[in-house]
Design a protein around this ligand. Structure first.
Ligand SMILES: [N-]=[N+]=N[C@]1([C@H](N)O)O[C@H](CO)[C@@H](O)[C@H](O)[C@H]1O
Length: 832
């Protein structure tokens, strides 16, 4: 042990109010360089964040030291997306110093809310997949599991969404504009990543054929580390994000020739690799830069993982016992070929040994069955960008097909489905097949989704490897999505059952009996109403619309996508609007339809749906004949922070995707945990939510996944017949197609009407409409009985314990990763 430096010599930063206040002033003056009188809200945010970071770093080092000390097996979560959101409240809450911080700021005459609001969201993800990765990081740290996240430090996260004349317009999201106080730049952690070039064959020292990748362009991957604070502050894990750097920032030769742009061209091109997140959710882009992004972060991460492993080990057979690498969808699947390249080409392992090690180290999570989302890169693109990897993929494929040929007994169709190469049309590499073949475990994200994986996209692989596919139903962290987002409800829960639920959500089941407690129901309603008032104020600020706090807040917040069927909700909204206009004397349950969600910039149908919702809102919200009985709002720029305001205020949670198309959903879990009743199809995790909350406490409608398949297979579905037989549906569609909501452009919504009629209504919106309206009516009816509604709402909250991401990561740890909690020693010993 290096006696010169013992971390216990450092006076650890205190967590009390005075200590925090002193730190705030020190950081403001000495680091932010501002006088308290001149400091802006953003300055104070940076100050507080840096002071909080102080209180994390020691434990961070303790945690990392303990992993080294114990040579613990680590899990590496490789994800192109981490939808983190803000970190200040999360860090304070997990350290247990929210009140202390509030008091310290109070003594400085500052409001905690102002400081918290000055933090930009780290929007390094599109939707569920990216947010799941962030919830997993929180849960791994909170469960004491040695888990690392690896991803890209995008300069620009998911675009900022604004509405101009009701149309979505995208603006760059510059989260790093004023610096990021949470990250530590690691200029010493730098890895070369190659692209293009060619492969040279040669004979190695023992005369064996070997390959080297030459004449390639090089980019450098530089690490930025962000501490991941576990609940209780015991374990602090690491999120390592890569940023692209040019090998040479400036070419003086070009500069001296006056080619100034050329002088910095390489720098700009290189840095493009980590410039911006591709804004597509559940659809692949096929763009070369995207492929390069996938390889860039995967290669840097694998080089870093092997460097860490080789500090303790000199040979590789132990790698699968010391590293579990989880592929978050196929985005890092090129990693399988990359690890083979590193082991075979750089560390001279024999092919078969390398393959065994690779397969035992990797595991792959599939997040969608949508054909347009399954990545398949053109062979010629991989050959050009990653020539050695294409060779390796060919070899993996050849060995696999040779092994399988005998068993397939001439079933060439099956062999071609199993092949890593799709030979139809332009030849493509099926990244899902590569991920499956190169992993020892493959999981789906809900029970239904996993079953459908076995029956559809991976049916042939499931037949070949019957023990590989397993289910790991998604989860959400109760820290951010209940404790932090809903203080009103979480304080009520803690007063009644203690705070054990925060780190063990199964304890929330103790609320079940409270469902019959009139007093508790009243308190539960009061908490919900407080959140609804907060959302109403947010809606007014964002849209100018005044909504009725006591109306039913009917919420659909998620990415805009046809399979998520925001259109079905809009058609119901128009039908309800018509009913209310037709029956002005009826005492209606007032309804506030809350929509939010971004559309991928190139997804025109989704953008048209956004415009339609805004157009319908304009008409409905200004129609005196329905008064406040119906309001429609579409909130701009839906992100993690907006979700934290909307979700606690929801009464009704819209989870209405076409059955079989939403792999899991995670918003459904957040809304139910916060006491919303779900109206949904038997799709994704809705199925398991019903099993846990009880069929009486959820509004299920529509076709099942099997019924959808049968109807599609029958070819007999004719949406026009369904429309003709349903007057309120027909009336709603006629209003859309005749420009009732677009008097300035009567044909604006022709593509939507076309898709729902002659286009065959692929997402079966018309087919499920009638049953959806039945379920909506049932919900409205129940809402007239606040006691019964609240009872069911409490039973939802009480029965959502299983959907904690703590449960999910513990299942991964036990059944896929074989990693175990490590208790960090905070005595500063064992430093190396
Ligand atoms: N890509 N992708 N997949 C998704 C979401 N869109 O991000 O992953 C999420 C996380 O697994 C799922 O909940 C969701 O159903 C699925 O569509």
């Amino acid at each position: 042990m290096d006696a010169r430096f013992k971390s216990r010599d450092i006076e650890r930063r205190s967590l009390d109010v005075d200590g925090l206040k002193r730190s705030f002033l020190e950081w403001l003056v000495y680091s932010v360089g501002k006088d308290a009188r001149a400091a802006t809200r953003r300055d104070w945010f940076h100050t507080v964040a840096l002071a909080v970071r102080d209180r994390v770093v020691d434990r961070w080092m303790d945690t990392t030291r303990s992993y080294y000390h114990e040579d613990a097996k680590r899990v590496y979560y490789l994800s192109l997306e981490f939808l983190i959101g803000r970190l200040l409240t999360n860090s304070l809450s997990n350290l247990g110093i929210v009140d202390e911080c509030r008091q310290a700021l109070d003594r400085l005459g500052l409001s905690m809310e102002d400081v918290v609001d000055a933090e930009p969201d780290a929007a390094l993800g599109n939707g569920g997949l990216g947010r799941l990765a962030a919830c997993f990081l929180d849960s791994m740290a909170s469960q004491g599991l040695p888990g690392y996240g690896y991803g890209i430090r995008y300069e620009f996260g998911l675009f900022e969404q604004r509405f101009e004349n009701g149309w979505q317009v995208e603006y760059p999201e510059q989260w790093l504009q004023f610096g990021n106080p949470w990250e530590f730049a690691r200029p010493e952690v730098l890895y070369p990543v190659q692209f293009y070039g060619r492969v040279e064959e040669f004979r190695d020292s023992v005369g064996e054929r070997a390959y080297r990748w030459v004449d390639a362009d090089r980019v450098l991957a530089m690490a930025y580390d962000t501490p991941v604070v576990g609940f209780g502050g015991e374990t602090i894990n690491t999120l390592r994000l890569w940023s692209a750097r040019a090998t040479r920032d400036f070419n003086f030769g070009h500069f001296n020739d006056g080619a100034y742009m050329k002088a910095v061209e390489q720098k700009i091109l290189s840095e493009n690799l980590s410039r911006v997140l591709y804004p597509n959710d559940a659809t692949e882009t096929g763009k070369e830069l995207r492929l390069k992004q996938e390889y860039f972060f995967t290669s840097a991460s694998l080089q870093d993982i092997l460097r860490r492993y080789l500090q303790h080990h000199s040979t590789f057979e132990n790698l699968p016992n010391k590293a579990a690498i989880q592929l978050n969808d196929t985005h890092p699947a090129i990693g399988i070929a990359e690890l083979m390249r590193l082991l075979v080409d750089q560390h001279a392992l024999r092919w078969d040994d390398a393959w065994e090690i690779t397969r035992a180290t990797f595991a792959y999570t599939n997040h969608t069955l949508l054909p347009e989302a399954l990545e398949a890169w053109p062979v010629r693109m991989i050959e050009r960008v990653l020539p050695r990897h294409m060779q390796i993929i060919y070899e993996i494929n050849a060995k696999f097909l040779n092994r399988t040929k005998a068993k397939a007994a001439g079933d060439n169709a099956k062999l071609s489905r199993l092949s890593l190469i799709d030979e139809r049309g332009e030849r493509r590499v099926r990244m899902g097949n590569l991920a499956f073949l190169g992993s020892h475990k493959v999981n789906g994200v809900s029970a239904l989704h996993t079953d459908l994986m076995k029956q559809t996209v991976f049916a042939d692989f499931h037949e070949e490897f019957p023990d590989r596919i397993n289910n790991k139903t998604n989860g959400i962290t109760p820290r951010r999505w209940l404790k932090q987002a809903n203080p009103a409800l979480s304080e009520l829960i803690t007063t009644r059952i203690g705070e054990g639920w925060i780190s063990d959500l199964s304890q929330i089941a103790a609320l079940r009996e409270k469902a019959d407690d009139v007093v508790f129901r009243e308190e539960f309603r009061r908490a919900k109403r407080k959140n609804k008032k907060r959302l109403a104020a947010y809606i007014a600020r964002q849209t100018g619309e005044e909504v009725l706090v006591d109306s039913i807040f009917d919420v659909q917040v998620k990415r805009m996508h046809e399979y998520k069927r925001q259109l079905l909700n809009v058609l119901h909204t128009i039908a309800l609007y018509n009913e209310m206009r037709d029956n002005p004397t009826v005492s209606w349950v007032p309804v506030t339809k809350v929509f939010a969600g971004k559309a991928a910039p190139s997804y025109h149908m989704a953008k048209l749906i956004i415009k339609l919702i805004n157009d319908v809102a304009k008409v409905v919200n200004h129609d005196p004949s329905v008064h406040d009985n119906l309001k429609v709002v579409l909130l701009p720029n839906y992100n993690v922070t907006a979700a934290e305001i909307i979700i606690p205020a929801a009464d009704l949670s819209e989870q209405i995707s076409t059955a079989g198309m939403e792999a899991s959903g995670t918003g459904n879990m957040k809304l139910a945990l916060n006491g919303a009743l779900t109206i949904g199809t038997l799709d994704g995790a809705n199925v398991e939510i019903r099993e846990h909350v009880g069929a009486d406490n959820i509004f299920i409608f529509g076709m099942t996944a099997d019924e959808v398949n049968d109807l599609r297979a029958s070819g007999g579905f004719n949406p026009r017949e369904v429309i003709a037989s349903n007057p309120s549906l027909k009336r709603a569609l006629d209003m859309i197609s005749t420009g009732a909501f677009s008097p300035d452009d009567r044909n604006r919504y022709h593509p939507i009407v076309q898709a729902l009629t002659d286009g065959g209504d692929h997402f079966l919106v018309t087919a499920d409409f009638a049953d959806y309206c039945r379920a909506q009516d049932a919900a409205m009816q129940l809402y007239r009985d606040p006691e019964e509604w609240t009872r069911k709402a409490i039973l939802n909250t009480a029965n959502m314990g299983w959907f904690s991401s703590d449960r999910t990561v513990n299942e991964y740890a036990g059944e896929i990763w074989d990693v175990h909690p490590v208790k960090p020693s905070h005595d500063g010993e064992g430093f190396r």
